[in-house]
Design a protein around this ligand. Structure first.
Ligand code: PRX
Length: 658
């Protein structure tokens, strides 16, 4: 089906019926258009008002917006002071201490914990005092490597309370990846747990931390604070490791929040780029918090009695903005889910929704595709009528998955919000508003407030105005929650995002716009692949492979995959005189898992005699990409290759046994 043939779904009538649902914050397309226009024409007024409405400031800001893409000096709300943990916890605890802040659904469905705003304030304050007692001061970076438990949120907010930027590392990363990230941000304190629980299995979290910290510069770490999740005995490093519960028992439950400048760093989050080393994306306090809160208010249309659930992991940006900062800034109830969509069976999500009467549910296309494939019977008998909004994030959603989500989960009564954004954008930048914008399966539709997207010709950098022509997606003016820099490497920030198309923020994604102005994001145009919504750098995987003693050269490309969106294909040539012993492919697969983490497992590893190279020795990844995607009939001109005959061998290797 072409874009023009995909039907438009109007806003579900039920959402606009005051007897059935709370009135949406934006309830017509005209209202959206007027607000969007003001947000881009007069951002000072628009965001100045929102920042006063949604955030509490200990000192008011002097200017709303400062800087430009040309100068790479973006700042918002300068002169203002605020504290993120105060905004997420104290002010709600004072007004409404018994309101549930976090519903934790543990790995087993009967393990449910509810934490009120009053309890959260006590725990966050205690943990903040624990961090101080371990020597953490304003401006010191703290690493967090934790499973999906409420203490992870407590740890995050405790850092923000004392002005210590946190660097959460996804607990699926290997010891080596964790070490790189701890070293890069010079963290002297790491917060972790003895083990994690996921899908009925124990995960050796503390052991991975020990492996990460044992060597080299990671020795800088002075304290490891360990939460007891399973109680399994774990190795202990005297003088470095302390138990969470012992320290909490000693700590005072009052800790004044540190007033932070709006532009003080709030957190670092490492993400993969085109080159081998991950980038520490830096977000600051005022603008980021406003972006997270504003998008939860308008895109998830949160109202006081809602139970809002985002299924992402707190180790990724979606967890930061849409489990922690956005919902808690608004004083909402947020669900934290420790398990997987299929444990103990594929009804788990529907059971979760029914049990907690969830109103907004946010997950990734990969999960939707996997559940669709397992069959509709897993939805039978579940009452999902509490739902109003169903969100999708992380990768393009194919119309089949979108329609299934809409019909089977939403019963055609919910708004589907396909939300497009990135670690660097801090919060959603393109999405429908549930009460205002008609949807089309596969399109993230229209820009959010303050965001002015443009489609540019990749070679000339000129704006493409004709509909349905794919170019690169760029944003033409700053918005509050955008990243400010790459930690310790502003040049890399400028070179990656602001210099490629001067005057624009470059997303790295390809996109087109249809005749209705709807945006269709096509996927990355750089060497980044997206596997199940996880962003991976091909260069990082290649360097993990080349690290193996047998490997001479490696080239990694993304293949299309019905379930995971993309998958990893690795082409490896061996060093001279190395024999490809039995099981070497498996060993190389394990090598990637060990160096990066299990989520980066290659789907196929091909041992080849050589890569397709230009005469100057550059690997033509484009050819490999076409071959793995079955496009070997349209390889184009291969006569410029140093050895064109290699192509036939590669086709045989990939498709020979089919
Ligand atoms: O390629 C886009 C894809 O995910 C990338 C950002 O990845 P990350 O920083 O890990 O953040 C993921 C969660 C926001 C983007 O450059 N992407 C994200 N959302 C969508 C998407 N692609 C298409 N449609 C989306 N809704």
């Amino acid at each position: 089906m072409t874009v023009e043939q995909i039907p438009s779904h109007p806003v579900p009538q039920r959402l606009l019926d005051a007897s059935k649902c709370p009135k949406p914050h934006v309830s017509s397309i005209e209202q959206y258009k007027a607000m969007w226009q003001e947000s881009v024409d007069d951002p000072e007024k628009f965001f100045g008002n929102l920042a006063k409405e949604l955030l509490s400031w200990s000192k008011p800001f002097d200017t709303v917006k400062h800087g430009s893409f040309e100068n790479g000096d973006i700042a918002w709300f300068m002169g203002g002071e605020l504290n993120a943990s105060y905004n997420c916890v104290d002010r709600h605890a004072m007004k409404n201490p018994d309101k549930v802040a976090i519903i934790h659904e543990g790995d087993e469905p009967d393990q449910v914990r509810k934490i009120t705003y009053g309890e959260l304030l006590r725990d966050v304050s205690k943990m903040a005092n624990v961090l101080k007692s371990r020597g953490v001061r304003k401006g010191d970076n703290v690493a967090i490597y934790m499973p999906m438990i409420p203490e992870a949120i407590v740890a995050i907010l405790a850092c923000t309370r004392i002005g210590a930027p946190h660097s959460v590392v996804f607990a699926g990363f290997s010891a080596e990846s964790l070490r790189d990230r701890v070293v890069d941000c010079s963290a002297r304190v790491v917060i972790t747990s003895d083990e994690g629980r996921r899908g009925g299995k124990n995960i050796a979290t503390k052991r991975i931390v020990d492996d990460a910290l044992g060597k080299g510069q990671a020795n800088q770490v002075e304290s490891v604070i360990v939460f007891k999740r399973t109680g399994t005995p774990v190795p202990w490093v005297e003088d470095r490791d302390v138990w969470w519960h012992d320290e909490m028992a000693k700590a005072r439950s009052v800790c004044a929040p540190e007033p932070m400048n709006a532009e003080d760093p709030l957190f670092l989050l490492y993400t993969s780029g085109s080159t081998g080393t991950p980038k520490g994306i830096l977000h600051t306090t005022g603008g980021y918090l406003l972006g997270a809160a504003t998008t939860v208010k308008y895109i998830f249309d949160v109202h006081p009695n809602d139970v809002y659930a985002c299924m992402a992991d707190i180790g990724w940006v979606t967890g930061h903005s849409y489990i922690v900062y956005g919902p808690l800034t608004l004083g909402a109830t947020t669900v934290l889910f420790e398990s997987t969509p299929t444990y103990p069976n594929p009804s788990r999500f529907w059971d979760l929704i029914q049990k907690h009467k969830i109103t907004q549910f946010y997950t990734a296309p990969t999960a939707i595709r996997a559940l669709r494939r397992l069959g509709d019977q897993w939805l039978d008998g579940y009452d999902l009528s509490s739902l109003r909004i169903l969100g999708s994030v992380g990768e393009p959603i194919n119309p089949e998955a979108w329609n299934w989500y809409n019909e089977k989960v939403g019963k055609n009564q919910c708004a589907i919000v396909d939300t497009y954004w990135q670690t660097e954008t801090g919060s959603i930048i393109v999405s429908p508003l549930p009460g205002a914008i008609a949807t089309k399966a596969g399109s993230a539709t229209l820009p959010f407030f303050g965001v002015k997207p443009m489609i540019l010709d990749p070679t000339t950098g000129k704006e493409i105005t004709e509909p349905d022509v794919t170019g690169v997606l760029a944003i033409s003016q700053p918005w509050p929650s955008m990243a400010r820099t790459v930690y310790n490497n502003h040049t890399r920030f400028l070179d990656t995002y602001l210099n490629p198309y001067p005057g624009f923020y470059f997303t790295g994604d390809g996109a087109s716009r249809d005749a209705d102005g709807y945006l269709w994001v096509r996927g990355r145009v750089d060497d980044v692949i997206n596997v199940s919504g996880h962003r991976l750098s091909t260069a990082e995987i290649e360097s993990a492979l080349v690290n193996h003693e047998t490997v001479a050269e490696a080239a990694v490309v993304g293949g299309n995959d019905d379930l995971t969106g993309q998958c990893i294909h690795a082409f490896v040539s061996l060093k001279p005189h190395v024999e490809a012993g039995e099981g070497l492919e498996k060993e190389l697969t394990l090598q990637v898992r060990k160096i990066i983490g299990p989520f980066a497992t290659p789907k196929r590893v091909y041992l080849i005699s050589d890569h397709p190279k230009t005469r100057s020795g550059k690997i033509m990844r484009r050819i490999l990409r076409k071959i793995v995607n079955g496009e070997q009939d349209s390889l184009g001109d291969i006569s410029t290759l140093a050895d064109p005959s290699i192509v036939e061998q590669l086709i045989q290797k990939v498709h020979g046994d089919n």
